[in-house]
Design a protein around this ligand. Structure first.
Ligand SMILES: NC(=O)c1ccc[n+]([C@@H]2O[C@H](COP(=O)([O-])OP(=O)(O)OC[C@H]3O[C@@H](n4cnc5c(N)ncnc54)[C@H](OP(=O)(O)O)[C@@H]3O)[C@@H](O)[C@H]2O)c1
Length: 268
């Protein structure tokens, strides 16, 4: 199997690096294409995969085409792909808001997978939701899942609606966690801790809580009950959050991202 990654930006390079290190691809079966001459030059110096600057030199050789350009570049790219694609090729797109039917029509390729990764993919700890057109076989889906798993964990969802929904949870989610971290760091600074101590206190608290959660079957509610005792300090903080409706506000924020993802798809 030969894979072509189009777009050597943050995400494209992340996936190219991860896939090329996996046992799924034999050496030099990973091609990468970018439109920026400077990027191509620097990639050629460091890359252990084949780097291309022209679509016609690499697209016909690819079994799997992984598209990682910004959505506003997609129309022009699709039109070019259409002139040289064959219907047996498989497209995986991580572009936000670009629907499967748009891609099928614009590229003349029936087999399309739409995926939504998140930023921790850069360190192999991402989570990617994905779905596919009916033309993609179960065996092909298994291979694709294994490729997506090279950047963390992937989850198959039954429809594109869940891709937009996961944008509101895992896609945008790292920013919600950073928001919470920033708030706690600001509180620590106000209490008199140094910037470095605030950072360590907050980041280790997040890391430890997530590790605890992952090592048990307990729900977050049960863990909260274990930390908080009646009349104690943690209960005072949790009561303050409940009184201020923080949980509802977080849910509302996640829905705002979900709705925006749907809107962006409709604008295309
Ligand atoms: N970053 C995230 O956390 C995240 C999460 C989920 C989904 N995504 C999706 O991932 C996609 C890529 O995001 P990114 O942050 O990696 O973008 P990026 O850093 O801007 O990378 C895109 C790269 O593609 C190149 N490019 C543009 N048109 C091209 C063409 N026709 N042929 C070959 N290369 C082309 C760009 O070159 P120029 O710079 O010269 O234009 C750039 O190097 C986006 O569609 C985004 O919606 C990103």
């Amino acid at each position: 199997m030969k894979v072509l990654v189009i777009g050597a930006g943050n995400m494209g390079l992340t996936y190219a690096e991860a896939m090329s290190k996996s046992k799924l691809l034999k050496k030099r079966n990973l091609m990468i294409l970018d439109s920026s001459p400077e990027k191509i030059l620097s990639l050629k110096k460091i890359s252990h995969f084949d780097v291309f600057e022209k679509l016609e030199d690499c697209l016909p050789k690819a079994d799997l085409i992984f598209i990682a350009v910004k959505p506003y570049h997609s129309e022009e790219l699709f039109a070019k792909i259409k002139t040289m694609a064959n219907p047996g090729q498989i497209v995986i797109s991580i572009m936000a808001g670009v629907t499967i039917s748009t891609m099928q029509e614009s590229m003349g390729i029936p087999k399309v997978v739409r995926a939504m990764p998140n930023l921790p993919a850069q360190i192999g700890k991402g989570v990617t939701s994905y779905t596919a057109s009916a033309e993609v076989s179960r065996i092909e889906l298994l291979t694709i899942e294994n490729l997506l798993d090279t950047t963390g964990k992937s989850i198959y969802v039954s429809s594109e609606n869940f891709i937009d929904a996961s944008t509101g949870i895992s896609g945008s989610g790292p920013a919600y966690v950073f928001y919470f971290m920033q708030s706690m760091m600001e509180a620590a600074l106000k209490m008199g801790f140094s910037a470095n101590d605030s950072k360590v206190l907050v980041s280790k608290t997040f890391e430890g809580a997530v590790d605890l959660f992952n090592q048990s079957d307990l729900s977050p509610n049960s863990w909260m009950d274990r930390v908080a005792s009646k009349g104690g300090t943690t209960r005072a903080a949790l009561d303050s959050m409940e009184d201020n409706n923080v949980k509802e506000l977080i849910k509302e924020a996640a829905y705002s991202a979900f709705n925006r993802a749907v809107e962006l798809g409709e604008e295309k």
